[in-house]
Structure formats: C-alpha cells, structure tokens
Ligand binder design. Structure first.
Ligand SMILES: Cc1ncc(COP(=O)(O)O)c(C=O)c1O
Length: 310
C-alpha cells in the first residue's frame, strides 16, 4: 500500500500493521459482504449520500445488519479524509458478515466488520484518458440477475476478475461482460455507454449493469444538456458499430473507448463524450468546492480561495 493510505476499522483509525480483521470473517471465507468505492475531491466526498444509500440497500438485500448509522458513517468518512495527506483520493468502504464458525450459514456471525480505507487511485494511465482504451468482449459472463441481483455491490468479483484477466491476456485495457442472453452488461468495474446518431444508450440493471452512481450522473447530465438517452439492451454489434463508446465509474470517472474487439470506433474521444466529460468535471467542481470536513492544520480556511477542478 502507498505510504499515504489510511485505515479505519470498526470506529478506530489504525496504522496499517494493526488494520486487520480475523481470517474467520465470512467476507474472506465466502465473499459474504458488500462495499462501496467513493472518490473525494478537495477533501469532499462526491455523492456520498448516494453511495451510503446503495450500501444500505446492498446490506438490506443480503440481510446484513449495518452496525453504523448514516451519520456515523459520514463522520467516519470525514475523519479519514481529514487525516489523509492529499486533497483528492479514493475511499473503499466495506461491510463484511463478520467472524463466525466455518460453513455458509451466517447465523453464527454476530457482528459485521466495517472497514474504510483512504488511498490514491489511478485507474488508467493519463494518456489513455485522451487516446481512449481498447475493449474485448469477455467469454466470462455476468452472473444472471436471478442468481445475484447486479444492484447488490457484493464483495464477490471473481467473474469480473476473470474477465479482466482475459483483457490483459488479449493485450487490451478492459473487458466487457455479457449477460447470459448475450446482451452487454458492463465493464469489469465500470458501466458502459454508446452514442449512435447523437443518441446515448446504456444497458439496464436488468441486463446485468450495476446501478452506477457515475452512470446515474451521466444520465442526469444528458437530460440537462438535451442529449437523448435511453437505458436499453445492447449487443456486441451495437458496440462495434457505435459512433462513440465510453466507460463510467467512480474509479474510472469517464474514459473514452477507441476500439472494441479490434474494431476501431468512428470517434474517440467523440463530441458527445467530450461534452459529457466536461459537464462531469464541472459538476464535481461544483459539488466538491466546499470542504465537508475541517481543514488540516496549516491549510487555508473555508473562506479562502481554492483551486478549481475544471
Ligand atoms: C461492476 C461495476 N460496474 C459499474 C461500476 C461503476 O459504478 P459507480 O459509478 O457507482 O462507481 C463499478 C464501480 O464500482 C463496478 O464495480
């Protein structure tokens, strides 16, 4: 872990060597737990309430009692952002089933573990943000929605990891997972959008897409900018023949795609992508211009001017 990484577990900030949970935690034994990935800019978590809502919904869906209130989690986020040595970073918030006897039955797990990590994150090389990434369609499929609802952000990413390994093996940056019916679901850790004839389209959660918070924001911004947008089933053919394609996610932010399965796309970065990417930056700057938590010692106070993100 980079030196700057900070850890909070079950209410306490801890140095890395003490940031441990028991190996009998069902999060490790069975991937039994849920998580969120949250970015902060200017020491302000972006869309925190949407992330906390999704976390609460994921917990509810898997009948996992979240031992902290939304206010307590917000305070924990503020606490870790305050001690983090940089203004911008990434938070990983995890809730595991907790320690219990061997066996799938979680009844013996009496207390969930809540873990918060603040770190630096660079998902893609900055050059690729301009040039665009290459995708393959992975042979590994997204789990069916009636097997595990894609809206649950669970700790089990094994098929996404296998898909990402296929991308690496093929010498490209990212993989697209299809659902069992051969429809496009999403990337290994991002949602996917295409533009065709000026219209934006993205798969529905029912097709296997996580209800991404960045995805939601893109749809909001498209509505504001009068860009027609639809949540519709898409096939690999739709990706191959799109005018533009891009990925969205908290870690990835917005990344243009230049090639799918060896077929170059018409525009990369395309005009619709560029419009949305700049609106996204503006939105982040607007929502994160004030600090949600107190400044670190020696830092300018709230009223003093700060750099703009855009
Ligand atoms: C499988 C998957 N899809 C999509 C996303 C993007 O979601 P969000 O924009 O909420 O980060 C993520 C990111 O965590 C993800 O892991």
């Amino acid at each position: 872990m980079p030196d700057s990484t900070c850890f909070w577990i079950n209410g306490r900030l801890l140095p890395e060597r003490e940031a441990v949970i028991p190996v009998t935690d069902h999060g490790l034994l069975y991937g039994d737990g849920v998580f969120e990935g949250i970015r902060f800019y200017h020491r302000t978590p972006f869309r925190l309430s949407a992330h906390l809502q999704r976390l609460a919904d994921s917990c509810k869906a898997i009948r996992l009692a979240l031992p902290y209130t939304r206010t307590q989690l917000t305070e924990a986020v503020d606490e870790i952002i305050t001690i983090f040595p940089e203004e911008d970073g990434y938070l990983r918030l995890m809730v595991t089933r907790g320690s219990g006897p061997m066996g799938l039955n979680p009844a013996g797990c009496k207390q969930a573990n809540v873990i918060l990590i603040a770190t630096r994150l660079e998902m893609v090389h900055p050059e690729l943000r301009n040039e665009g990434i290459r995708l393959i369609i992975a042979s590994t499929r997204r789990l069916p929605a009636d097997g595990l609802d894609p809206r649950i952000k669970s700790l089990n990413y094994l098929n996404h990891i296998l898909a990402r390994m296929e991308a690496t093996q093929a010498g490209v940056e990212e993989a697209v997972l299809l659902n069992g019916q051969g429809r496009v679901a999403e990337g290994s850790a991002e949602n996917i959008f295409i533009v065709q004839g000026g219209h934006l389209a993205t798969p529905r959660p029912a097709d296997g897409a996580l209800a991404g918070i960045t995805r939601g924001l893109i749809l909001e911004l498209a509505a504001k900018l009068n860009i027609p947008a639809r949540e519709v089933p898409l096939t690999p053919y739709d990706l191959y023949t799109a005018d533009e394609c891009f990925m969205s996610g908290t870690g990835a932010e917005l990344i243009p795609v230049r090639e799918v399965d060896g077929r170059p796309l018409r525009h990369c970065p395309g005009p619709v992508f560029s419009t949305l990417a700049s609106a996204f930056r503006k939105q982040v700057a607007e929502e994160c211009k004030t600090r949600a938590c107190k400044p670190r010692e020696g830092e300018p106070k709230e009223s003093e001017p700060k750099e703009s993100l855009s």
